[in-house]
Design a protein around this ligand. Structure first.
Ligand SMILES: C[S@@+](CC[C@H](N)C(=O)[O-])C[C@H]1O[C@@H](n2cnc3c(N)ncnc32)[C@H](O)[C@@H]1O
Length: 345
């Protein structure tokens, strides 16, 4: 089996998610969420502020300032405070992603504290009771109406926050053709597809995802480079027709959502949609392997730990549906993802 380090153990000079160094401790995460909720981060991103004015905002606001300073979120300069020099550019680039990750981390931590035995050893109870599964409601995204979109928005934001950071390291590892049509199943709001299209000017892409997710994707991608080569196909990938033939089919962080028989059925559909010799590509997180004390942000991955399979599981599924799997590869040294591609003989 390939060995995978959790993202939190990537070299600190090169974290895949730029905000990870600020998500390592529970108290730091609590302080960041408080500062976001109070509007402090946006205020300080716009201009430094008087420390005394912030400290006067509540009975423990001075303590919050101390926590934020200790975590390297803010820096003091005499009587004034500003975003810390290392944190400021991360917040500028990843503020939206940070908010989505913090919100999800709060749910994941609640699940791990409330019923850790379910997370690690009772999957039905975990799925029935957890805050994280209450968020990821794919069933509500079947409706393309305002309610469906608003129900999907928080988890779509969380997926985008991760994929936006992962894509630059994943894309070079994918055996994609230079030109033709890419079909991305479960491609969410198009973050991965746009990163691929930027690297492959000769490709066009279709993202097949649930209706509410496609609506959010069209909104998110509008006007961005490559959007003119990207289309969203609203549907259910298990039932609806797939556009074919495709010159590559991609599943990124999708198949772990499904029990083995359904994941295999999706691979069989991919085989049918792929042009002769075209790759069917699976890229997924491998099982989490913790070799040192884990940072707090690993909580957000641990709630999905029961679902991550080793690449050999996908190789076996590919073989059963008539694809010849190539050898799995680790996508990037700092990212716990593998890539495996199968082709019809
Ligand atoms: C864990 S997310 C991964 C998203 C994306 N590939 C990424 O990594 O950024 C799984 C995706 O599968 C989509 N999905 C779930 N059920 C689906 C279905 N029946 N048909 C099509 N897409 C589905 C979800 O809406 C979501 O976008």
């Amino acid at each position: 089996m390939m060995a995978f380090l959790p993202a939190g153990q990537a070299p600190m000079h090169d974290p895949p998610y730029p905000e990870d160094p600020w998500l390592e401790r529970f108290t730091g995460v609590a302080a960041l969420r408080a500062a976001l909720a109070l509007g402090w981060l946006d205020r300080l991103a716009a201009a430094p502020a008087e420390a005394a004015a912030l400290a006067a905002e509540g009975p423990a606001a001075a303590e919050l300032l101390d926590l934020l300073a200790a975590e390297g979120v803010i820096a003091r300069d005499g009587a004034r405070v500003a975003l810390a020099p290392r944190f400021a550019p991360v917040y500028a680039a990843r503020g939206r992603a940070l908010r989505a990750r913090l919100d999800f981390l709060a749910r994941a931590a609640a699940d791990l504290l409330a019923d850790p035995a379910a997370v690690f050893a009772d999957l039905p109870r975990h799925m029935a009771r957890s805050e994280t599964f209450r968020l990821y409601r794919y069933d509500l995204a079947q409706a393309d109406d305002a309610a469906g979109r608003e129900a999907a928005r928080p988890w779509v934001e969380h997926v985008c926050a991760l994929t936006e950071a992962e894509a630059p390291r994943l894309v070079p590892a994918l055996p994609l053709p230079e030109r033709g049509r890419l079909l991305e199943i479960g491609g969410n709001a198009g973050e991965m597809a746009l990163a691929i299209l930027a690297a492959r000017p000769g490709l066009s892409a279709a993202v097949l995802d649930l209706p509410a997710v496609c609506a959010l994707g069209r909104e998110r991608c509008a006007g961005r480079p490559g959007a003119e080569r990207l289309r969203f196909l609203a549907g259910d990938a298990r039932r609806d027709a797939w556009p074919a033939p495709a010159d590559a089919v991609l599943f990124k962080s999708v198949l772990h959502d499904w029990p083995p028989e359904e994941a295999e059925a999706l691979l069989a559909r991919a085989r049918a949609a792929a042009a002769p010799g075209a790759p069917v590509i699976v890229t997924e997180r491998g099982p989490i392997e913790t070799a040192a004390p884990a940072p707090f942000h690993l909580a957000a991955e641990l709630v999905f730990a029961p679902f991550f399979r080793p690449p050999e599981a996908y190789a076996a599924m590919m073989a059963r549906v008539g694809l010849v799997p190539g050898p799995p590869r680790r996508a990037h040294p700092s990212l716990p993802f593998f890539v495996i591609a199968g082709r019809a003989p």
